[in-house]
Design a protein around this ligand. Structure first.
Ligand SMILES: Cc1cc2nc3c(=O)[nH]c(=O)nc-3n(C[C@H](O)[C@H](O)[C@H](O)COP(=O)(O)OP(=O)(O)OC[C@H]3O[C@@H](n4cnc5c(N)ncnc54)[C@H](O)[C@@H]3O)c2cc1C
Length: 374
């Protein structure tokens, strides 16, 4: 007999986990299907673990609104459920006149986005806060922070399970077909190929989310849903850099990423990254030949750095909607009713600040599901 459920969530990254947690609280049958053997093994564990303030993107975009909402929800969740974090603040630094103009624009953008605690810093003020950083000026964001992304995902996972969500690992979605008022979802697991029916399908498959939308029948070329992979590599800095900085230090942003920055781990580990390189395939290796580019980039604001102090660490891949050279693209979070697919919710292009935005994205999708299932 064909199994029938209320909601199928595809992908157990931080987004699928947060959505499962949100929906399970509304007493609906939720199944999360994940191709890997456990949750959070792709982009959600290959990133900077930064709680972003919401400075960079346009005020009306989902990337801004969900980041700002997500940030305050995250700090609350972390406090309430003992998820490790530090609200250590971040400084974006300018190396030259052009950079100072960029900082002023970011300050204005941040203010338009509703971030009230931003402060432009002179060179002297910057030196007072971060004596080891060299720059002409800075922009301080006190409400940026870092968190333990694994613990956050573990929290969503265990809370969702407690509320009744079922997690099905080692299971890959290979087809989706409209069936009455729902969807027949085809899966492949160790026992072979089988299917079940879900009234609502939520596609939070990260790097594969455009392909999943296509499985369901969406014309992804027409809808402009095609993803481009943009790799971000990280290099570790040796232990002598611990305690040299007390905040996250970012250069002014680049076209595809936020610029190679200094991130601090909760354990005090200092790393550089990520860069932003468009690639054709998903390969998480770190290209050691990038080391010199990382060194040259960081040396501009961290003059004491030495090439031998960098060691390749890990890489993640951004699911980008914008192709190389294209302008800003927003997150796609769409109930596809207009396209003729009621009950199909696509989340595509959930790159940074997806981790920060995760609890707000979950609420946003939760409202869509409420409209569909009550
Ligand atoms: C280099 C880098 C740095 C970043 N830094 C930050 C940061 O500091 N702060 C921040 O807020 N955000 C950051 N982000 C963004 C953030 O990491 C992502 O937005 C977030 O992790 C996306 O989560 P997700 O659940 O959508 O994707 P994923 O974590 O990729 O999860 C998708 C899941 O779907 C599964 N899946 C795919 N296809 C199928 C299928 N056919 N069947 C079953 N399962 C399937 C995958 O196995 C995977 O587990 C960064 C991203 C990158 C790449």
């Amino acid at each position: 007999m064909l199994i029938k459920i209320d909601v199928a969530v595809i992908g157990a990254g931080v987004i699928g986990l947060a959505i499962a947690w949100e929906i399970a609280q509304r007493k609906k049958d939720v199944f999360v299907l994940e191709k890997n053997h456990t949750f959070g093994l792709e982009t959600s564990s290959r990133q900077s673990e930064v709680i972003h303030a919401g400075i960079y993107h346009p005020e009306h975009s989902l990337r801004t609104k969900l980041c700002i909402k997500g940030r305050s929800l995250l700090y609350e969740l972390c406090d309430r459920h003992d998820i490790a974090y530090k609200k250590l603040g971040k400084i974006i630094v300018a190396a030259n006149e052009n950079g100072i103009t960029q900082l002023e624009k970011l300050y204005e953008q941040g203010r338009r986005n509703g971030i009230e605690d931003l402060m432009l810093l002179s060179r002297t003020e910057l030196k007072r806060l971060e004596p080891n950083i060299e720059a002409r000026a800075g922009l301080l964001s006190p409400s940026s922070g870092i968190l333990d992304a694994y613990s956050l995902q573990k929290f969503f996972y265990s809370q969702a399970r407690e509320k009744g969500a079922e997690f099905v690992f080692n299971t890959q979605i290979i087809g989706i077909e409209k069936a009455g008022t729902g969807y027949k979802v085809q899966i492949r697991d160790r026992e072979g190929i089988s299917d079940f029916v879900a009234r609502v399908v939520i596609n939070s498959a990260g790097l594969n989310s455009d392909k999943i939308a296509q499985f369901a029948g969406i014309d992804t070329a027409k809808a402009n849903y095609r993803l481009h992979y943009c790799k971000g590599e990280y290099f570790n800095l040796s232990s002598k850099y611990r305690n040299l900085m007390s905040r996250l230090i970012y250069p002014t942003p680049e076209q595809a990423g936020l610029g190679i920055h200094v991130t601090l781990g909760l354990d005090g580990q200092v790393r550089l990254g990520p860069n932003a390189r468009y690639v054709e395939t998903i390969d998480y290796g770190v290209d050691e030949t990038q080391k010199e580019a990382f060194y040259n980039s960081a040396k501009k604001f961290l003059p004491m750095i030495e090439l031998g102090d960098l060691a390749p660490e890990f890489a993640g891949i951004r699911p980008k909607l914008q192709a190389p050279g294209e302008a800003f693209r927003d997150f796609i979070i769409a109930h596809e009713e207009q396209a003729g697919f009621p009950g199909l919710i696509n989340l595509i292009g959930i790159e940074s600040p997806g981790l920060t935005a995760s609890p707000a994205i979950a609420q946003h999708v939760g409202r869509m599901v409420k409209e569909l299932l009550g």
